[in-house]
Design a protein. Structure first.
Length: 227
């Protein structure tokens, strides 16, 4: 276990900017460093020794994906920073109809077990990340810099029924905001990392306006259109 603790400390030093262990100066550990070391020992002691250990590259990509909140070229021009009073979030939990109760048995099965038919294999996602570059979701700077405000924001989303808590995650998304014409802020979720995991949809031939003008119905049939 000592080797695992040493490896963890070395990784933390690398993230702090020290290229090698020799670059860390000072012979005696400061109290804060001693506390960190104790926490690492306790974490490794409580960890399941039989759990699956990720490969080094997988572990590195997982750490890097949450450590660099870089922007991207597609950000809207009306970008705005978080202001609690300007974000419209329902005060109470939303009561929505159960979609599963409205679907056929086959469609219900597809909805409840959607991951296998919709998501790419993990190996394919890793290959795409290597070829196209890692995606770092844009994170609102106010929420990113204040743990208190971010926790308060998440609690508001939870109270409204927009999110649920979980001890595990498969991917990372992050919130940011744009200004409405009214001056309020619209919540946007940067889900590009999740989108990369989704398989390309099959090509669908869509009818044009001309095709709609050529629809023929029997006398007892009614045409329903949705927008």
């Amino acid at each position: 276990m000592a080797q695992r603790v040493d490896a963890s400390i070395e990784s933390l030093n690398l993230f702090a900017g020290f290229a090698t262990p020799d670059a860390v100066t000072g012979d005696a550990l400061a109290p804060v460093h001693q506390a960190i070391q104790r926490n690492l020992w306790e974490a490794h002691d409580q960890a399941d020794p039989h759990g699956e250990v990720p490969r080094p590259r997988e572990a590195f990509l997982a750490l890097r994906s949450t450590s660099k909140p870089a922007a991207y070229a597609g950000l809207p021009t009306n970008l705005a920073s978080y202001q609690k009073d300007l974000v419209s979030i329902p005060r109470h939990k939303l009561m929505t109809a159960s979609l599963a109760e409205l679907l056929t048995e086959a469609d219900r099965e597809l909805m409840t077990n959607f991951e296998r038919p919709l998501f790419r294999p993990e190996s394919e996602v890793m290959t795409m990340n290597e070829e196209r570059g890692e995606i770092f979701p844009y994170f609102d700077p106010v929420l990113r810099s204040s743990r208190r405000k971010y926790a308060e924001f998440l609690w508001r989303l939870h109270k409204s029924g927009m999110i649920r808590w979980s001890l595990t995650r498969k991917e990372a998304v992050s919130p940011f905001f744009v200004k409405k014409k009214s001056g309020q802020l619209r919540l946007i979720i940067d889900a590009r990392r999740v989108n990369r995991r989704v398989k390309a949809p099959p090509k669908t031939e869509l009818g044009s306006v001309t095709a709609l003008s050529q629809v023929e119905l029997c006398e007892d049939e009614t045409l329903f259109c949705g927008i």
